[in-house]
Design a protein around this ligand. Structure first.
Ligand SMILES: CC(C)(COP(=O)(O)OP(=O)(O)OC[C@H]1O[C@@H](n2cnc3c(N)ncnc32)[C@H](O)[C@@H]1OP(=O)(O)O)[C@@H](O)C(=O)NCCC(=O)NCCS
Length: 211
């Protein structure tokens, strides 16, 4: 079973809806990822991605069979404003990495990205039964750090001076949220048998693989 199959057609929030990406979203990706402001916040490299790189990224990581990416749409208008994803799903340890980019800059700072992250975390913990979701964010990206803190990520470490931007070095901040953190925040009751692993969608994928 491909990881993409673990994502539903849509996750519905109050102000945003997350939907599967289709090929028609490539044009928006090309616009977003060729923007220097987006590159500054999301990329280690100086400058934006090249168009061919964006096409490869889109094919492999956004609409490819192994992709766990969803498009962020405004619920009222249906407008496509960004993308969020889980990656590097580690079935042995129940962990994944989280990514989000609102490519439409006029939508920043209005809580849409924060709500999208809440929906993704709910899916990660309630449906996929993950144990841990982690991410990294540049120190200067204060809006992103605040947004992640708001949905329950905690800072667990810093790679000092890992990124050179705007004429100086900044730390790369590592953040994570555990299923128990999320359960506590959302007042979701603990499983009947504490410590027992829930059956997880990807167990079928890893069953029988020697360790
Ligand atoms: C990061 C991102 C997902 C956050 O989503 P969002 O919906 O814009 O975030 P919110 O509107 O909930 O804002 C989060 C917090 O940042 C604050 N904030 C908003 N603009 C800010 C700014 N320019 N500087 C500092 N803080 C800011 C908000 O006030 C809010 O805090 P509060 O609730 O305590 O007031 C979204 O802005 C985005 O995709 N940005 C571009 C790409 C990016 O940075 N991706 C993350 C890479 S790790």
């Amino acid at each position: 079973m491909h990881p993409r199959a673990w994502f539903p057609e849509q996750l519905i929030g109050h102000r945003v809806v997350l939907r599967r990406h289709g090929p028609g979203n490539l044009a928006a990706f090309k616009r977003w990822y060729s923007d220097p402001d987006i590159a500054r916040l999301t990329r280690y490299q100086e400058g934006p991605m090249h168009p061919a790189e964006i096409e490869r990224f889109f094919a492999a990581r956004v609409v490819g069979p192994d992709s766990m990416a969803l498009a962020v749409h405004l619920r009222d208008s249906g407008r496509l404003i960004g993308s969020c994803a889980l990656s590097q799903l580690d079935g042995d340890n129940g962990s994944a990495l989280y990514h989000i980019t609102l490519g439409e800059k006029d939508t920043w700072g209005q809580g849409y990205g924060t709500e999208a992250s809440e929906l993704m975390l709910e899916h990660a913990f309630r449906v996929l039964a993950l144990h841990r979701v982690a991410l990294s964010v540049f120190e200067f990206n204060e809006r992103a750090v605040k947004s992640y803190l708001k949905v329950g990520f905690v800072i667990e470490g810093r790679a000092r001076d890992a990124i050179w931007r705007d004429g100086r070095y900044w730390d790369e901040i590592s953040m994570s949220i555990l299923e128990s953190d999320w359960r506590h925040r959302e007042s979701v009751p603990a499983p009947d048998e504490p410590g027992r692993r829930t059956t997880r969608p990807w167990d079928k994928l890893t069953a029988g693989i020697g360790r």
